[in-house]
Write a protein that binds this ligand. Structure first.
Ligand code: CA
Length: 488
């Protein structure tokens, strides 16, 4: 090798070592803090900035105005545990292998989760609330909470409790905040105060229990919706679900239209639901104020979303799990105070999903993405809101009664739903919605001659989603058979 070239190589080596040292020794240089806030079972129509004039969500609306709102943001599985595993890993459920009735998250997958990778990259990390999953070394074995993997811990097992005193890691906040929702803002304030004094960037993840059932609003907000009446959505009631499959009616989400009283006590039920969201909104306001108080608001990105949506009587259903808009599409607001597009009131209409959080958070932190993730960074949309980052997303349900299992694909304009269960009176069936023209899903276009070309197109997208499932499903926790079950 010519001596000059060797010298150049050595110079490069010195430069790379110098760069690495800078990054290792001063991890906060240029790296933003990240606050990831997750509510539980919150639908888009519980938020003012998503078009409901009956609700009060001033802090969510302000976050939207300060940052960017996502109008077509989907959870790829509309149930707590699976959605959280997807958020943590950036992978579809069939690649996390984690859901109720299936199993805990395997350790190697957890090792590549965003909190683990950020901590490895020098971030101080905190987790509070309903983390909603456990980590296991062995398939099929009960997992454990990854408490030691965070620098600060305010989370708990299972569903956690609305009573702060019953949440072991949060008991010191119980006297001042006996209801859990605001206790998480107090936890956040303590963590932000401590992290702001350190020399490392931080990542704070809070998973509120609210507004998950059983409806247990904080009574300090009883006045907010007292005697309030709410306009029902245009697709409210059983008469607007006649075109849905028989399969969709077989789980708890169908009978809950009545047993949870959407049918006969709508205003009372919605007062309690929205009151719980109101408390989350207050907590969001408090957390943002903490960022200001501790001088880190200019370098902290705030992300607010929900683990799944909720059907509050739309089409005559209550609850989640189903691939319809109310349960699968959720609120998402992101605010990056450093970005020139902030404060412009931008709404993004492109398709985004909960698979995108890991790549978004890691990209913001400048951390290399793990291999084999399904999501893409939403930072591209902050730069240019009309950039399509996904041609389609898969919407999965392999939880609960077999009859309700479904696989769907959604594009910017269309949604195709496949119900594979066939036995007795049930035949495998499918549904097609022109979401762009019919966001309330009032017309199933599956037999429409005018939509025949779209149906062919959506079926092809569906078939490729099934092919990916077959190729990539984890070999544990019962995911592989669904490749065949979902085949047309
Ligand atoms: Ca949930």
């Amino acid at each position: 090798m010519p001596p000059r070239f060797t010298m150049l190589l050595s110079l490069f080596a010195v430069i790379s070592i110098a760069t690495k040292t800078l990054a290792d020794d001063s991890p906060s240089v240029g790296r933003p803090n990240i606050v990831f806030l997750l509510s539980d079972d919150q639908c888009t129509y519980s938020v003012g900035c998503y078009g409901n004039p009956d609700v009060q969500t001033p802090h969510m609306d302000r976050l939207a105005a300060d940052g960017i709102v996502f109008d077509r943001h989907y959870v790829t599985t509309a149930i707590c545990m699976a959605s959280r595993a997807t958020i943590m890993t950036g992978k579809y459920e069939y690649k996390t292998g984690c859901n109720f009735e299936h199993g805990a998250l395997m350790q190697p997958l957890w090792n590549d989760s965003y909190p683990m990778l950020l901590r490895k990259a020098g971030y101080v990390t905190a987790m509070a609330g309903k983390i909603g999953l456990e980590v296991t070394q062995t398939p099929g074995k009960k997992g454990e909470l990854p408490e030691d993997d965070f620098d600060a811990w305010g989370a708990g097992p299972g569903q956690t409790s609305y009573k702060t005193a019953q949440n072991k890691s949060m008991q010191k906040y119980a006297e001042q905040y006996p209801h859990s929702t605001l206790s998480y803002a107090a936890f956040a304030d303590d963590f932000i105060a401590s992290a702001a004094n350190g020399d490392k960037p931080f990542c704070l993840s809070i998973s509120f229990k609210a507004p998950h059932q059983p409806e247990t609003p904080d009574e300090r907000f009883d006045h907010v919706y007292q005697n309030k009446t709410f306009t029902k959505p245009a697709n409210f009631g059983r008469e607007f679900g006649q075109h849905f499959s028989l399969q969709s009616q077989q789980g708890r989400q169908f009978e809950r239209f009545h047993s949870w009283h959407y049918s006969d006590q709508y205003d009372q039920v919605m007062r309690r639901y929205h009151q719980q969201v109101y408390a989350v909104d207050v907590a969001l306001g408090k957390i943002r104020q903490s960022l200001v108080d501790h001088g880190v608001d200019k370098n902290t990105i705030v992300i607010f979303t929900s683990d799944n949506g909720f059907l509050c009587g739309s089409h005559g259903y209550g609850s989640k799990v189903l691939p319809y808009e109310e349960s699968s599409r959720v609120p998402l607001m992101i605010y990056d105070p450093r970005h020139p597009n902030s404060g412009k009131g931008i709404r993004c209409k492109e398709l985004t999903g909960n698979i995108d959080f890991l790549p978004t958070i890691l990209s913001l932190a400048g951390v290399e993405l793990p291999k084999d993730i399904d999501g893409r960074s939403l930072t591209m949309l902050y730069d240019e809101p009309e950039t399509p980052i996904h041609k389609s997303l898969a919407l999965i349900n392999v939880w609960g009664p077999k009859k309700v299992h479904s696989l769907s694909v959604v594009t910017r304009d269309w949604k195709y739903i496949r119900w594979p269960y066939a036995a007795g009176e049930f035949k495998a069936t499918d549904e097609l919605y022109h979401i762009a023209a019919d966001p309330m899903e009032l017309q199933n276009m599956i037999d429409s001659a005018a939509s025949a070309a779209q149906l062919t197109h959506m079926r092809a997208i569906y078939d490729s989603a099934v092919a990916k499932w077959k190729a990539d499903a984890v070999p544990f926790h019962g995911y592989q058979p669904f490749g065949e079950i979902f085949s047309r």
